[in-house]
Design a protein around this ligand. Structure first.
Ligand code: F0G
Length: 430
């Protein structure tokens, strides 16, 4: 049976459940519409056409249906009622008055996903993904990772009592992330290749039944990540009695872009959001790893893989955004765009955020760097209310933070010596 509503558009018609729906939930292929029961077998893509799968619900909830705290507050929009949780979600939406003024928009808020339990938004996906893994009865969880997914997988897998395996691109993962994966007990394999190669291998291992894959190709993970969108919309309603005009976010595999778009589509289906009110999804990549930006700029129907990628924002050092078929319609249908920023602009934005007291890793700062560039280009208007997503915490990448910040100074071990040093202001400034 197929699900006719497979095209990813902002339609107000909820899909009708196929016979395979369990408790009103099913998986649908976004390419051919084929449907599958959600938990009867392990699959990540369509059996027939290998298209990406998406979770669908017969009853899409509206805001009034949400209660409680964190990611599981939104359980009516999730495939399970509860998960393997560490109290993820409910992250701060910070005001940044100086940054708002210097960029020049009506309102700027920073949704700091670095404040999740393992320090990135991945926890929102893992609390759901690991719960589904438990439901499916699998024993060994795995992911390819630029670092944050591996940290979240190790922590949540550990919490769920499962074995975890992570494949990382050797020499290209920030220290904090490896430390997390290591201490939370993952088996860490450092591969002589980039992230995209690691993901190719993990997909192979999953296809051979060796591991359960928890990269964002896994449709259940993206369900958890939808909750970022719900939280931002609820917060803007509460404060401004309006929706944000735009959400700007860093893009790697484009999982978050896909997840936010899905949250908006479901709210439109539930009658909770008008299609015209959906925030413009705006993706930012580093210049050295910008295949999504290329596709948006050229109007291509698919993203072409970049084999060589490089950026200081190692979290988004990705040349093959696997969720592009879900994310490109999201950017286009919401009237958003995508832009590439230099590593220098990323570091400058990291400092700007740090001056406002918000500590983020380089990839996170890409959102703010992208917003500034789009505002300078006049693509973003002065009257817009914008939310920027900062996806990971400063401590994830201590080396990048130290390189971007002020150098410590050697100091004598006596008060007079310290006072002498303080009189000399040559150490001030960057
Ligand atoms: N920001 C950070 C800090 C990330 O770790 C990632 C992805 C992204 C942005 C991009 O998000 O893939 O949803 O577009 N990190 C993955 C990982 C690839 O392995 O930790 P996306």
């Amino acid at each position: 049976m197929t699900d006719d509503s497979h095209a990813l558009s902002l339609s107000s018609t909820p899909p009708s459940p196929p016979a395979v729906a369990t408790d009103g939930t099913w998986l649908a292929c976004i390419e051919c519409g084929e449907t599958f029961a959600p938990f009867e077998a392990i699959r990540y893509t369509c059996d027939g056409c290998t298209g990406l799968l998406e979770v669908r619900y017969a009853d899409v909830p509206t805001f009034a249906d949400f209660s409680g705290r964190g990611v599981w507050r939104y359980n009516q929009a999730l495939p399970l009622d509860s998960g393997v949780t560490s109290q993820e979600g409910d992250t701060p939406l910070y005001r940044v008055p100086r940054l708002e003024k210097s960029i020049g928009v009506a309102a700027l808020r920073i949704k700091h996903e670095g404040m999740n339990p393992t320090g990135s938004f991945k926890d929102r996906g893992m609390t759901v993904g690991v719960a589904v893994a438990r439901e499916l009865g699998v024993e060994r969880l795995a992911c390819a990772s630029t670092g944050n997914t591996s940290a979240a997988l190790a922590a949540y897998g550990g919490r769920g009592g499962m074995e975890t395996l992570v494949l990382l691109p050797a020499g290209k993962v920030a220290a904090g992330k490896i430390a997390q994966a290591s201490l939370h007990g993952a088996r860490i394999l450092e591969v002589d290749g980039n992230f995209d190669t690691c993901l190719d291998i993990v997909q192979e291992l999953a296809a051979r039944g060796e591991v359960y894959l928890l990269n964002s190709l896994n449709p259940f993970r993206l369900e958890g990540q939808k909750t970022i969108g719900f939280e931002i919309l609820e917060a803007f309603q509460a404060e401004y009695d309006a929706w944000p005009d735009r959400i700007v976010l860093p893009v790697g595999n484009a999982g978050n872009t896909s997840a936010l778009y899905k949250a908006f589509r479901e709210l439109v289906q539930a009658g909770a959001l008008e299609p015209d009110d959906v925030p413009r999804l705006t993706g930012v990549q580093a210049e050295g790893a910008a295949p999504m930006v290329e596709a948006v700029e050229t109007g291509a129907s698919a993203v072409e893989r970049w084999d060589e990628v490089e950026t200081r924002a190692t979290a988004i050092r990705i040349g093959n955004p696997v969720n592009a078929p879900k994310a490109l319609p999201g950017i286009r249908e919401t009237g958003g765009t995508a832009i590439a920023v230099s590593d220098e602009a990323i570091t400058a934005a990291q400092r700007d955020l740090a001056e406002e007291g918000i500590g983020v890793e380089p990839a996170s700062a890409a959102s703010v760097a992208g917003l500034r560039k789009l505002r300078e280009q006049g693509v973003v208007a002065a009257d817009e209310r914008v939310a920027c997503l900062t996806t990971g915490h400063l401590l994830k990448d201590p080396d990048a933070a130290a390189a971007a910040g002020r150098d410590p100074e050697p100091a004598p071990a006596d008060t007079d010596g310290i006072l002498e040093l303080l009189e000399d202001d040559s150490g001030l400034g960057q």
